[in-house]
Ligand binder design. Structure first.
Ligand SMILES: Nc1ncnc2c1ncn2[C@@H]1O[C@H](COP(=O)(O)OP(=O)(O)OP(=O)(O)O)[C@@H](O)[C@H]1O
Length: 248
């Protein structure tokens, strides 16, 4: 992202002069007060809305529309209600070509990875919120996207479910070379998962602080009880509370 800005029709300036590079294999979280432009920024990266200034590139190519190699996940699972878990996971493939035996095996493997064995043929309404988000995560992986954009994916879940999905996400990230941009309001979640936490200012959102998280991997829940973790969480909080990042 180079000097990205977004002013909506009507005058609201949501994002201003924001430059950020995310490397392959890097997990970057974005935190900031409500309404500071995080979701807008993610939608610009995804090619869902255009910026009004600056530029965004993925793999060296300007983003002008959604790309198949960029996967998205939102706070609400956005599963198709009339399709089963398995069909939802297969959707990214089915949209582009005929589903083959290998695709089916991979979808079943991913559902198994997220402990959804036995729920492959259930519909979203028959699953809990946490299970639906796990199906959505499996679908994200099924895309094979090398860039993953997640907008508060676990924000609507209870604390324990959220914790367990965070750990699954950390494991997945530690085994992959994908670049992830993860939006959250939760400082501990950001520090636990990330290589870097970007703190955004109040609207118009730009970068208030860029905090490196050099905690060793693999990370676990006990990581959050170490003094180093606490120090980093405080640094992120300070970024949110500093005058330029006011409103956190
Ligand atoms: N389509 C739109 N038209 C006009 N204004 C918009 C539009 N989408 C978002 N905005 C405004 O842009 C600002 C940033 O919104 P955005 O959703 O990006 O914030 P956010 O940081 O993701 O907030 P939250 O953390 O509450 O989800 C807000 O003031 C919002 O009202």
């Amino acid at each position: 992202m180079r000097a990205v800005g977004k002013r909506f029709d009507g005058g609201v300036e949501a994002v201003k002069d924001l430059s950020l590079t995310v490397a392959p294999g890097e997990f970057v979280s974005i935190v900031g007060s409500s309404g500071c432009g995080k979701s807008t920024l993610l939608r610009i990266i995804a090619g869902l809305v255009p910026g009004t200034s600056g530029s965004v590139e993925v793999h060296g190519e300007p983003v002008t529309a959604p790309r198949r190699d960029v996967g998205l996940m939102f706070q609400r699972p956005a599963l198709l209600a009339w399709k089963t878990s398995l069909e939802n996971v297969l959707l990214p493939v089915a949209l582009h070509r005929r589903v083959g035996a290998d695709d089916l095996r991979e979808a079943m493997r991913l559902l198994g990875l997220f402990h959804l064995q036995g729920f492959e043929h259930r519909f979203p309404r028959q699953l809990s919120g946490g299970m639906q988000q796990r199906v959505a995560l499996a679908r994200l992986l099924m895309t094979g996207a090398r860039v993953r954009l997640l907008d508060e994916p676990f924000g609507a879940l209870d604390e324990l479910t959220r914790e367990s999905l965070n750990l699954q996400l950390a494991r997945l990230h530690e085994r992959s070379a994908s670049a992830t941009v993860f939006i959250t309001h939760n400082i501990s979640e950001a520090v636990l998962l990330s290589d870097r936490v970007i703190v955004m200012t109040a609207r118009p959102g730009t970068i208030a602080a860029d905090v490196a998280i050099p905690l060793p991997r693999p990370r676990s829940l006990s990581t959050a009880h170490t003094p180093d973790f606490q120090k980093l969480a405080l640094a992120v909080r300070d970024g949110l509370e500093s005058p330029s990042g006011e409103g956190g």
